[in-house]
Design a protein around this ligand. Structure first.
Ligand SMILES: C[S@@+](CC[C@H](N)C(=O)[O-])C[C@H]1O[C@@H](n2cnc3c(N)ncnc32)[C@H](O)[C@@H]1O
Length: 279
């Protein structure tokens, strides 16, 4: 790996730009370009020790989902948010074991970017019924249950908060700096807790059914400031390209609500779709 240019954020990976604007300007929603973006972001994440070490730790300890490419995307987005807004309020909806919030905290600490990390997550599993008979009966009879199964909406019971604390400690990060809102984004108490909040960056990765994803788009879209970004995970189902996981059809369908809320789809990295609020 070649050494990076002085002051550069990424080591030289075939001149991989560190500015979001460069990726947006060259973005084309074609199979060839989507596959190239995914490939180049994956390479950029592997080439930078901080991103690579963090992602390898996540993979080795099974602490998260998604692709390594997203690590490079988050670095570019956090930098862009810091350059545009100075102090950054970043929210993740659906945290699981803390992969993304720990990455944000690590990037912020390493680069001296003032980032306040907000997180909404239930800190509990949504386990599949233990009886296969009961589960398959529900699958046949209940369309919403069927949609949940098909969109991967089940997580084992675990000590999610304890796992996150250990992850933060491993990277020398202070978990108490995170504003953790425990619960589901659909719950009135969670919505009330966030009533007056505005964010520069929102990552929607919670409920992947249509009602869940659309509810999050409708709730959090208006909370993104003008010029900020909302990233939808698992949302590339209807995009061209075949070398990356495309996500779920209901989440992709929910993305269709975003233009009506003032967002433009400016970049897609695998199944992570980046929407900028332009008005
Ligand atoms: C796919 S995982 C998130 C993965 C994580 N973003 C990552 O990159 O590793 C989805 C998480 O969302 C949580 N979840 C499900 N529905 C939710 C909701 N309505 N609000 C907040 N979190 C939700 C689940 O408990 C699970 O922890």
């Amino acid at each position: 790996m070649a050494a990076g240019p002085a002051g550069g954020l990424f080591p030289t990976v075939s001149a991989f730009p560190e500015e979001l604007a460069a990726h947006v300007a060259s973005y084309r929603n074609t199979a060839e370009h989507n596959e190239r973006v995914h490939r180049e972001f994956t390479a950029a994440a592997a080439a930078e020790p901080l991103l690579n070490d963090h992602r390898r730790h996540i993979e080795q300890h099974k602490l998260g989902y998604g692709d390594a490419a997203f690590h490079a995307m988050w670095k570019i987005l956090l930098l862009a948010a810091h350059q545009r807004f100075g102090r950054v309020d970043a929210l993740e909806v659906g945290v699981f074991k803390g992969q993304v919030i720990s990455l944000w905290a690590l990037l912020a600490k390493t680069h001296g970017w003032p980032v306040r990390v907000h997180a909404i997550t239930p800190l509990e599993g949504q386990a599949l019924p233990s009886s296969r008979w009961w589960s398959s009966l529900k699958f046949r009879l209940l369309p919403r249950y069927r949609e949940r199964v098909r969109s991967g909406g089940f997580y084992p019971d675990d000590d999610y908060e304890g796992i996150m604390r250990t992850l933060f400690a491993h990277f020398g990060l202070d978990f108490s700096d995170v504003r953790l809102v425990r619960g589901y984004s659909s719950e009135p108490a969670v919505r009330a807790a966030l009533q007056g909040d505005r964010f520069h960056l929102v990552y929607v990765d919670g409920d992947h059914t249509y009602d869940g994803a659309a509810g999050d788009v409708r709730l959090f879209g208006p909370k993104v400031v003008a010029g900020g970004w909302l990233v939808m995970d698992d949302a590339a189902f209807d995009l061209p390209g075949s070398t990356f996981w495309k996500g779920y059809e209901p989440v992709a369908r929910a993305c269709a609500l975003l233009p009506g809320l003032g967002f433009t789809n400016v970049l897609n990295v695998g199944h992570n779709r980046v929407f900028e609020k332009v008005r």
